[in-house]
Structure formats: structure tokens, C-alpha cells
Design a binder for this molecule. Structure first.
Ligand SMILES: CC(C)(COP(=O)(O)OP(=O)(O)OC[C@H]1O[C@@H](n2cnc3c(N)ncnc32)[C@H](O)[C@@H]1OP(=O)(O)O)[C@@H](O)C(=O)NCCC(=O)NCCS
Length: 184
């Protein structure tokens, strides 16, 4: 019997230890390229993985695995500059009355130009269409989310269920993120 039967697709897979990205993606696009927001596609995922895990390694957000990003590609919107993906954000449904804004990143070359706002505002419409009355975010970017209508709340006001993701974070019980909510 062929022992490899059914597993031949694994032959070229190497299981090197994971090292988070230490540099941001180098963009080929010019600073004045045309900008647009669109839903993510599967071929965007390697770029999203790079951007998100770069900031996650600095403690700014939770890391994401490739398989999780592929599983959740339909939750993501991306910002594109001249055809290149320079940012992302996603809406993650928690419960019947609550959803979270996650994985919000804009490449530094394109920060401060309204792209973060333009990525997140369509997620508000999506939440309303889904009938979700409240959004929350856990963040160190209080100023940015305040401008988008979020207000600070005590973290323990949020349901216990939301802390499941903390097992993926190196901060664990030393979390320094601020909880913020926004009514839809
Ligand atoms: C936070 C981040 C997504 C903001 O994106 P951005 O495209 O630079 O933000 P925008 O230009 O759309 O700013 C929207 C508004 O927020 C304000 N703002 C943005 N960053 C801010 C900050 N750090 N402090 C205070 N206000 C801020 C802007 O002045 C703007 O206000 P206005 O629309 O009323 O004029 C971006 O800085 C980033 O990717 N940071 C690193 C990753 C990160 O920390 N993500 C958050 C994880 S929860």
C-alpha cells in the first residue's frame, strides 16, 4: 500500500518556525495614486497578513494566521492605491446585538489621508444592514476611533465572550487596550 496516498500535497510543505514580519511591505505605488475602497479578495490575503502581523508584533493589534484570514476574507474591506493594497479593516460579528471592528491598518505612507475613515464607514452601513445595534473596538488608537463616533467604556462592560481572542495575544492578562463602543 502507498503510505503517502492522500498526503502527496504535503510533500513540499516545510514547517519553519514562525517569525513575524519585521518590516512593512515596500510599496511600489506613488503617493498621489488614485485611492479606492473595495471588498477583499483571496489574492489580497498575503498583503493583509504582512500588514496586520507587522503591527501585531509591535503590540498594536491581534495577530492573524493565514488560514484565519482566508476563512474570514468576506469580513474584510481593503484600501487600494494605484491597484496596490495599502490598508484593511473588518467587521466581526460577536453576537446578535454586537460586532467588533478588527484589523484596522493603513500603511504609514498613506496614513492621515482619510483612508482609515473611508474603510470603516462602510462597515457601519454593513452593521446597520445586519441589524446589529452596537459596535465595539479594543484599541490604543483612541483619538482615531473618537473621531469616528466611538466612546470609551470600562472593558468589563463588554461580554466575557469577547476575551476569547486574548489567548492569541502575547499581552494576555496585561492587556492595555481601551474598550470603545458606538451605537448604530
Ligand atoms: C489608526 C489608523 C488606522 C488611522 O488611519 P488613517 O488613515 O491615518 O486615519 P484617517 O486619516 O482616516 O483619520 C480619520 C480621523 O481620525 C483622526 N486621527 C487619525 N489618527 C489619529 C490619532 N492617532 N489621534 C487622533 N486622531 C487621529 C484624523 O485626524 C481624522 O480626523 P477627521 O476625519 O475628523 O479630520 C492608522 O494610523 C494605522 O494604521 N495605525 C497603525 C495600526 C493601528 O494601530 N491600528 C488600530 C488598531 S485597533
Amino acid at each position: 500500500m502507498n503510505e503517502k496516498r492522500g498526503f502527496s500535497f504535503m510533500e513540499n510543505v516545510s514547517f519553519a518556525p514562525y517569525t513575524p514580519p519585521t518590516d512593512l511591505p515596500v510599496l511600489k505605488v506613488s503617493a498621489n495614486a488614485a485611492l479606492r475602497i473595495r471588498r477583499a479578495r483571496v489574492d489580497d490575503i498575503p498583503r493583509l497578513y504582512h500588514l496586520i502581523n507587522y503591527y501585531a508584533a509591535r503590540g498594536d493589534m491581534l495577530p492573524k494566521t493565514l488560514d484565519l484570514l482566508y476563512n474570514r476574507v468576506r469580513e474584510f474591506h481593503v484600501a487600494e492605491a494605484g491597484g496596490e493594497v495599502v490598508g484593511c479593516a473588518a467587521l466581526k460579528i460577536t453576537w446578535h446585538d454586537l460586532a467588533e471592528i478588527v484589523s484596522v491598518v493603513i500603511h504609514p505612507d498613506f496614513q492621515g489621508r482619510g483612508l482609515g475613515r473611508h474603510l470603516i464607514e462602510p462597515l457601519f452601513d454593513e452593521a446597520r444592514d445586519l441589524g446589529i445595534p452596537t459596535l465595539f473596538v479594543l484599541t490604543l488608537q483612541v483619538g482615531f476611533f473618537s473621531r469616528l463616533g466611538f466612546r470609551e467604556v470600562p472593558r468589563l462592560r463588554l461580554p466575557h465572550k469577547i476575551w476569547q481572542d486574548c489567548s492569541m495575544c502575547f499581552k494576555r492578562d496585561r492587556c492595555d487596550e481601551i474598550a470603545m463602543v458606538r451605537d448604530m
